[in-house]
Design a protein around this ligand. Structure first.
Ligand SMILES: [Zn+2]
Ligand SMILES: [Zn+2]
Length: 329
């Protein structure tokens, strides 16, 4: 591939990070202690998205979600309370991000990957509008199923059917779980995502999410109900691994509101020209454009190990297109 065609392929983006994409996986061999320390520092010892979500989990647990004693008996009032909190969470996260980036245009096109905006007056979308269509799936099936998985998990824990710990009774396992949950959820996501790309399931189910080539915050949870079911089943880990309810809430935030953040279509939130909060990744943006690549998450090694990694180069695009043809013959 000549340098010129590489340049013109890359210029089809409004913005992209340095290419080819670096390998930010913590699963590197030989292990690099400096890299691991930086990873821990950036994710857990600064005001990162993960720290913000932990703080929010504690606040929601204390003030918004139903009292743990109450959830022993299934009843309409606390199930509805859980549903309303989840509905407001998705509405607030996706709504605020959409308002800031796409209505107020608070950051213009800076760090925006795709040149395109949200689709309008296009029959591809229900209501002929990408945002309204995405809201319908996110707030409909998305919030209902997220709530259902959460309610069952909390009920199992409150009744002693699922193993429970508390942050004070087992602080080491609590902290370790916080670090491991996003890693587990990336592992789970990779495999259900590969399954969703099996041609039959792709056509009937996952193509709904993939209509979003140019993504926005509401695209994150815009999924077919079967995909919601598979995606939120990640929460079943708490049925077998000892957890504190705060860990369940953190996991809920990681799967729900975090999907809005990671699909913003921008790499970072800039405040006074400084990158203050990580949002989307070019890694997943490439998946939305080229489909049969980058099924997982950039920090995890699965795509590299299983040969589905797209590093943003034209060579990777050619390989991905060949894979797509092989898969969909
Ligand atoms: Zn996506
Ligand atoms: Zn996909």
């Amino acid at each position: 591939m000549s340098e010129n065609s590489e340049k013109s392929a890359n210029s089809s983006w409004n913005y992209h990070p340095d290419l080819p994409l670096a390998n930010p996986s913590i699963f590197q061999w030989p292990t690099n202690p400096t890299f691991l320390f930086k990873w821990i520092f950036n994710n857990w010892l600064t005001l990162s998205e993960r720290i913000l979500l932990v703080a929010l989990s504690i606040l929601l647990w204390k003030f918004c979600y139903p009292d743990f004693n109450k959830v022993q008996v299934l009843s309409f009032d606390w199930v509805i309370q859980t549903y309303v909190v989840n509905f407001l969470l998705i509405l607030t996260f996706a709504g605020l991000l959409h308002w800031y980036f796409y209505m107020r245009k608070g950051q213009g096109d800076e760090l925006k990957f795709d040149r395109r905006g949200m689709g309008e007056k296009n029959k591809l979308w229900s209501f002929s509008n990408q945002v309204h269509d995405n809201m319908f799936w996110s707030l409909g099936s998305g919030v209902v199923q997220l709530t259902a998985f959460m309610v069952i998990t909390m009920w199992l824990m409150a009744n002693g059917y699922a193993p429970t710990i508390t942050a004070t009774s087992n602080p080491i396992w609590f902290v370790l779980s916080l670090i491991l949950l996003p890693i587990f959820s990336a592992f789970h996501f990779y495999w259900i995502h590969r399954l969703l790309h099996v041609p039959l399931l792709y056509k009937r189910v996952h193509s709904l999410h993939h209509r979003n080539v140019s993504v926005g915050p509401w695209s994150g949870l815009a999924m077919h109900p079967i995909e919601h079911f598979l995606y939120f089943s990640s929460l079943c880990i708490h049925w077998i691994v000892p957890s504190d309810p705060i860990l369940v809430i953190f996991h809920v935030l990681w799967l729900g509101p975090n999907a809005a953040m990671s699909h913003t279509g921008y790499e970072d939130l800039l405040i006074k020209d400084k990158r203050r909060l990580a949002l989307g990744t070019f890694y997943h943006q490439l998946h939305h454009r080229y489909y049969e690549c980058n099924y997982g998450n950039q920090e995890m090694p699965w795509d590299r190990w299983f040969g589905t990694f797209h590093d943003g180069s034209e060579h990777s695009t050619t390989e991905t297109r060949k894979r797509k043809v092989r898969m969909h013959v």
